[in-house]
Design a protein around this ligand. Structure first.
Ligand SMILES: Cc1cc2nc3c(=O)[nH]c(=O)nc-3n(C[C@H](O)[C@H](O)[C@H](O)COP(=O)(O)OP(=O)(O)OC[C@H]3O[C@@H](n4cnc5c(N)ncnc54)[C@H](O)[C@@H]3O)c2cc1C
Length: 370
């Protein structure tokens, strides 16, 4: 009998799960249905930086997951022929104000690259060398270049994977779905039955799981960023992303476009309004790197809602006491990096069943669900 698998949520977790469900063995023996209303989606609003290796976070499971995600993303991009607007292996520059902190960062990067070849080449760059990499900068800082870092466009990444999956076994319904029980989803006053259900509803996961009496410990966080029009440098289409110390991230897109962001606001719940005062704050930060920028250079602002857990780590797997329901949420501010790996693991588990051991990637799921 054909297996029926549902995915609620079409952000990076749901879309990658859909892609793998269309590629893993016996894809023609299953039907996959995705429900997504895309409202407030974090993936669509994200800056797109994939460069977790120099993070000082001590959570080993998170680091293993982020490292595996950063390795998987270029593999997906190659396998699915993504263009450079969707995935760009542009490298990342992490700056430091102080020379001794820069040396420390450089040594740390050199040490990590020994066991993580996907980080690519590590180079210490002085201010002039940073400016030659990113010519828009009028006040460059010294930094460490990690050539393996990359940038993705979250919205296009998902669209691309969904379009591939649709050619095989995926159907997508736009709109809000409601979980009724372990097998049933209600959508536009119709009920649909499934063998497995993957819940990938990001910050809305608490509400999704309520009908099953499952409590999920996740809180929403608002993030806003701006896209600006800047002078075009035709010979520098492939500029690295910059993560400046004490300022917002700086993502030059080429063709005279630049992203600056993003904010982290814990007090706005699911508010998706674009705040002019936040735009000004982002411009102020960018002005410290590029003089002369003004709010009139803003082309658009984007807002999305991130999902956070108490220990800032994602959780995913089979929901305790609900063997047919899988869940993945709490990806916080690095979800574009960890999301594809979570989607892949959930897809495998939905197909092959059992209780896989993912101890190396996450703490027990019972820490996040009760
Ligand atoms: C401004 C900003 C900048 C960021 N920058 C980066 C970055 O540079 N690098 C990085 O690694 N990460 C970044 N992140 C984090 C990353 O974007 C998120 O962690 C990740 O995208 C979360 O993916 P997700 O699939 O779990 O959730 P989401 O992308 O939020 O997707 C969940 C989807 O489920 C849908 N949904 C919810 N309930 C229902 C329902 N009942 N029925 C149907 N659909 C439903 C929602 O509408 C949404 O489309 C950033 C986030 C923000 C907001």
């Amino acid at each position: 009998m054909r297996k029926r698998i549902a995915i609620i949520g079409g952000g990076i977790v749901g879309s990658t799960a859909a892609y793998y469900l269309s590629q893993m063995p016996n894809a023609d023996e299953r039907d996959v249905v995705m429900f997504d209303d895309s409202y407030g989606q974090a993936t669509k609003a994200a800056s797109g930086i994939i460069s977790p290796w120099l993070s000082k976070r001590r959570n080993k499971q998170w680091y293993n997951l982020a490292k595996a995600g950063a390795k998987l993303i270029p593999e997906i991009a190659n396998a699915t022929h993504m263009n450079s607007e969707i995935f760009d292996h542009c490298g990342t520059i992490i700056t430091r104000e102080n020379e001794s902190n820069l040396d420390e960062l450089y040594l740390f990067a050199k040490e990590r690259t020994q066991v993580t070849p996907e980080m690519g080449k590590i180079q210490k760059l002085d201010r002039k060398a940073v400016q030659s990499q990113i010519p828009i900068l009028t006040n460059p800082k010294s930094g460490v270049l990690v050539s393996g870092g990359s940038r993705i466009n979250g919205a296009l990444f998902c669209q691309h994977l969904i379009s591939i999956a649709k050619k095989n076994n995926l159907t997508v319904h736009d709109g809000r779905a409601r979980l009724i029980n372990d097998h049933t989803i209600s959508f536009k006053e119709q009920s649909f039955e499934f063998d497995r259900i993957i819940v990938a509803t990001g910050a809305w996961v608490k509400e999704t799981m309520q009908p099953l009496n499952v409590k999920v410990h996740v809180r929403p966080q608002k993030g806003q960023l701006v896209e600006l029009k800047v002078p075009d440098f035709p010979t520098h289409e492939n500029m690295p992303v910059m993560m400046p110390e004490g300022e917002y991230d700086f993502i030059p897109l080429g063709h005279g476009k630049l992203i600056v962001g993003a904010t982290h606001d814990d007090n706005k719940e699911f508010d998706l309004s674009k705040e002019a005062s936040v735009d000004n704050q982002l411009i102020d930060s960018a002005q410290n790197l590029v003089s002369g920028l003004t709010p009139t250079d803003i082309i658009l602002s984007k807002v999305g809602t991130r999902a956070y857990t108490n220990d800032f780590a994602p959780f995913f797997g089979i929901v305790p006491n609900h063997d047919n329901v899988l869940i993945g949420s709490g990806l916080g501010s690095s979800g574009l990096t960890t999301g594809p790996m979570i989607g892949k693991l959930l897809a495998g588990s939905a197909i092959f069943g059992g209780h896989p051991d993912w101890k190396m990637y996450e703490k027990p799921i019972s820490n996040y669900i009760s």
